[in-house]
Write a protein that binds this ligand. Structure first.
Ligand code: ADP
Length: 580
């Protein structure tokens, strides 16, 4: 129920519309059924009501009397034709309102999954880098795909339960009006059974929770495993991946079986029980209260439909219980990511005219220290290269300068202003970043350079491609800028891909260009072409590169050699030894 309250709070007007349509649909159905009694009496003649001795006792005719006086009030004669029209009209209005209600439910459910997906996406993209790094990709894809879908499904189940509850109550009301004593006996018995069979709903709820947990772990394991499948295949150890994934998959199967069994038990048990209670109601009505046959017939219809609806309510509730945990898991992920939001806005407008400085920086990942008093300076307009063994902290320096990570003590200064006093969002707009893995989109070269930013012109694309040293080869391609680069850029060579990604980083005319091992996979000729392109950019912008390449070291104004959490500086005139 907590789930439905959460939904109703979030989608107030949609809920009000839906409830109103449901209520009107239920009332229309109730009116249609109420016309059944006079209809039967007309069809079967007065002898039917007298078929059972004692018929026409005050309590039994009261309901019919009320209906007849209402008809009289509206000037409707209780003829066969008018009664049939009322029955038909009731069903028609019920169907129309139900259609409106169900359309509203469907639209709102689609909105629920869309909103949940967008909330998660935005929260994750705005979260702190350290938080983001710890999120398994598989878990996020699972939340976006399966959990959002199941949560929206739970919403549909909850509202469908309401769709059934309202007419159920109205039919029960009609049954009570016909004979409150017979109906009370039948309905009480029904409530007891619904209560007793609630354990089946609880089994389903637990199975649903188990599936939510298992899917999270399975999807996280799956993406990890698929990323490292090549070495496993190369060493004929695929069975190791199989073992891990098959274990979770089999547990998932077990939990699904439990869920199917409890749903089937509820389904088959309900029908038998409810029929028994209707029989009980008929017995009580005819034997104990000597009711007229026509009244009993309508009572059977009303009770039968009331039970059918209550049964459906419970089945929908069971399905809701199955999907509920997906909604809570998804909202937990959204809340956790929102709590870990980056503080991007506010602070001074950044300038980068003189230098970017790290001053006595102490930084540790969790408890593992990387820097204990690191200082270095990157002059504006220069090309600075960071070299050093893997794990010596080069990437961490870049993440600190971007403001993705914050030092535990010490300062990162931009033109002498601490980064925490600067509007980080504006600072990042001044950065062009080229990662080690250059993944291109399966799209045209123009799109790969602009990433679809609408303000960028063809002239901007040409300027960026020229600056990245890519213009000549792009021009020679059959479709030029409109050449589709293939899956992950497969139609281009590694060096060509790299230069497209550099053009992508340059298109917004950054003040700082960061190359994170971006040139390490290039052959000598390509590397030289990229180096020349970069050297030509010196002065217009600042370049910070992590690279072991001879060319990137030789072309640098300043080289920092990292080791033991410290940076040893050598400038262009004294670094020839490093370039070897
Ligand atoms: P480099 O770029 O020089 O290879 P990094 O800056 O990536 O070095 O890493 C510096 C140190 O910090 C290494 O010891 C690495 O294991 C550790 N490290 C890097 N990223 C993380 C992380 N997200 N969580 C914990 N430790 C990390």
């Amino acid at each position: 129920m907590g789930l439905m309250l959460a939904f109703f709070r979030a989608y107030r007007w949609q809920t009000v519309l839906m409830m109103l349509a449901l209520l009107l649909s239920g009332i229309a159905e109730g009116i249609g059924v109420s016309a059944l009694l006079p209809l039967l009496n007309i069809a079967l003649g007065p002898e039917a009501s007298g078929a059972i001795p004692g018929a026409g006792v005050e309590g039994q005719s009261e309901f019919e009397q009320t209906i007849l006086s209402v008809l009289d009030f509206f000037g409707i004669a209780p003829t066969l034709g008018s009664m049939l029209l009322i029955v038909l009209g009731g069903v028609a209005f019920k169907s129309a309102f139900l259609l409106l209600a169900q359309r509203q439910v469907g639209y709102t459910a689609a909105q629920v999954s869309t909103d949940l997906r967008l909330q998660l996406l935005r929260a994750i993209l705005r979260s702190k880098w350290e938080y983001f790094l710890h999120q398994p990709v598989g878990r996020l894809t699972n939340a976006m795909a399966s959990e959002a879908q199941r949560a929206a499904g739970a919403f549909v189940n909850g509202t469908t339960a309401l769709t059934f509850l309202i007419p159920g109550v109205i039919y029960a009301g009609v049954a009570f009006a016909l004979s409150w004593r017979a109906s009370l006996v039948a309905i009480l018995a029904g409530v007891v059974v619904i209560g007793l069979s609630h354990f089946l709903v609880n089994i389903t709820r637990r199975a649903g929770l188990k599936q939510t947990t298992l899917m999270k772990s399975l999807m996280a394991n799956l993406t990890d495993t698929l990323q490292s499948v090549k070495p496993l295949k190369a060493m004929s150890r695929e069975y190791l991946a199989d073992q891990v994934l098959a274990h979770d998959t089999n547990l998932l199967n077990k939990s699904q079986r439990k869920q199917v069994l409890s749903a089937a038990l509820l389904n088959s048990g309900q029908e038998l029980m409810f029929t028994a209670f209707i029989c009980l109601g008929i017995y009580v009505a005819m034997e104990k209260f000597d009711m007229a046959l026509t009244t009993v017939m309508v009572l059977v219809v009303a009770l039968g439909r009331a039970f059918a609806y209550f049964g459906k309510v419970q089945k929908q509730y069971q399905k809701l219980a199955e999907g509920e945990s997906a909604y809570w898991s998804l909202t937990d992920s959204i809340n956790a990511a929102e709590t870990a939001q980056e503080d991007l806005k506010g602070g001074d407008t950044p300038t980068f005219d003189t230098s970017l400085t790290l001053e006595n920086v102490h930084f540790a990942y969790d408890k593992q220290p990387v820097f204990q008093g690191l200082s270095l300076q990157i002059e504006a307009g220069s090309l600075t290269t960071l070299v050093g063994p893997s794990g010596s902290g080069k990437t961490t320096i870049i993440d600190l300068t971007i403001g993705l990570l914050r030092p535990q003590s010490g300062e990162v200064l931009l033109d002498g202003v601490p980064l925490q006093n600067i509007d980080i969002s504006q600072w990042r707009k001044m950065i062009g970043y080229v990662p080690q893995d250059t993944i291109l989109l399966h799209d045209t070269i123009v799109h790969n350079v602009t990433l679809g930013e609408p303000d960028l012109t063809a002239a901007d694309v040409e300027r960026a491609l020229r600056a990245a040293g890519a213009w000549d080869f792009v021009n020679k391609l059959p479709d030029g800028l409109d050449t589709v680069v293939g899956e992950r850029g497969g139609k281009l060579s590694g060096g060509q891909r790299q230069r497209i990604v550099i053009a992508r980083a340059l298109i917004n005319q950054p003040r700082l260009l960061i190359l994170d091992e971006a040139t390490s996979a290039l052959d000598r000729d390509t590397e030289e072409a990229v180096r020349q392109a970069l050297v030509a950019l010196k002065g217009q912008l600042t370049i910070l590169a992590i690279s072991h390449n001879r060319a990137m070291v030789a072309g640098a104004d300043t080289v920092y050699r990292m080791s033991g959490g410290r940076a040893q500086r050598s400038d262009s005139d004294s670094q020839s030894g490093l370039a070897k």
